[in-house]
Design a protein around this ligand. Sequence first.
Ligand SMILES: NC(=O)c1ccc[n+]([C@@H]2O[C@H](COP(=O)([O-])OP(=O)(O)OC[C@H]3O[C@@H](n4cnc5c(N)ncnc54)[C@H](OP(=O)(O)O)[C@@H]3O)[C@@H](O)[C@H]2O)c1
Length: 338
Amino acid sequence: MRRVVYTKVGGPDSIAIIEEEDPRAGKGEVRVRVHRAGINFADLMMRQGLYGATPDFPFTPGYESSGEIIEIGEEVEGLAVGQRVLAMTGFGGYSEQVVIDARRAIPITDSMSYDAAASLGVTYGTAYHMLVHLGGLEEGESVLIHHAAGGVGTAAVQICQALGVTNIIGTASAPKREFVEKLGMRFVDRETENFVEVCKAATGGKGVHHAIDPVGGSHLMRSYKALRRGGKLYCFGASAAVPGEKRSLFAALRMWRSTPKFDPLKMMNSNKAVFGVHMGRMDDESLFQSHLRALSSMLERGDIEPIIDSVWRFEEVANAQRHMHERKNRGKVLLDFE
Ligand SMILES: NC(=O)c1ccc[n+]([C@@H]2O[C@H](COP(=O)([O-])OP(=O)(O)OC[C@H]3O[C@@H](n4cnc5c(N)ncnc54)[C@H](OP(=O)(O)O)[C@@H]3O)[C@@H](O)[C@H]2O)c1
């Protein structure tokens, strides 16, 4: 079988594809033949050596794949060869075959496409965890979404709408205006407009109930200022540290140095909350599985439907990642291993 490998810290040209023996499922494990693998922004960061929780180089990235089970290890119950699953791989998902802990193989229904399954785990899982699980999002509230046209952004807006939330402000780069507006958000140009002012204007001067911020650095304080009293900020990324396809330690340092220290007394006085969210470091399998069950039901009902930007043959993985570095994607980017 073949798999994608990050050979060393570097740009997309440091990615290689290797061929090796098929893996075997051990006790408590299953082997999955992969059809699709999701690309996440975190994969771009880890290739640049800017992501904390990664194996040593060389390694195969990929948090999530979809495919069918082709081997069952000893002591695995409730799963069968031929079963279609979402494989939450942790790492290693950019691969023709993956062996995973059977608890991380989530069965999917026959009506769920492999594209949808590979798009559900990280993006929808993260948006759901923030807004619904932590935030208790309710009908009638207002939400600020950054990177609104991206994987998590498009997932977040759909989850909001499924819960009856319509006052949604989305920031993105200028070419994405029409796309963001069509999704039902008030578009804010991330380069030229002041999103804090837009949020206040859209909420009678009060500010939004929820702001999800994957940009990091000083941007976090602006998102905090966009909140109303009682509002909630979710810090879940650091895209400010990744200005291009090559690593910039200067940008990473600037992001880190400009990250605000939130003052608990000021937070108390305004009843604001700040959450840190890193799904890769969540160790509660059952919580994540319950998010995925809820999301699968929403998908079955037609309340959400992953927006797929593009599907690239896995041999084209470097170009697929360049496409994201160049900010061209609208929705989720997938790799095809069929
Ligand atoms: N903490 C967690 O558990 C978790 C889980 C999932 C994702 N995340 C974070 O959420 C963010 C979105 O992830 P995603 O996988 O859904 O990616 P994505 O949003 O589909 O793709 C990247 C988009 O981000 C925007 N962007 C902003 N700064 C960028 C930069 N320096 N380089 C390239 N693009 C930039 C671009 O949109 P514009 O052109 O509109 O700016 C681009 O299209 C990332 O920061 C990621 O690390 C965190």
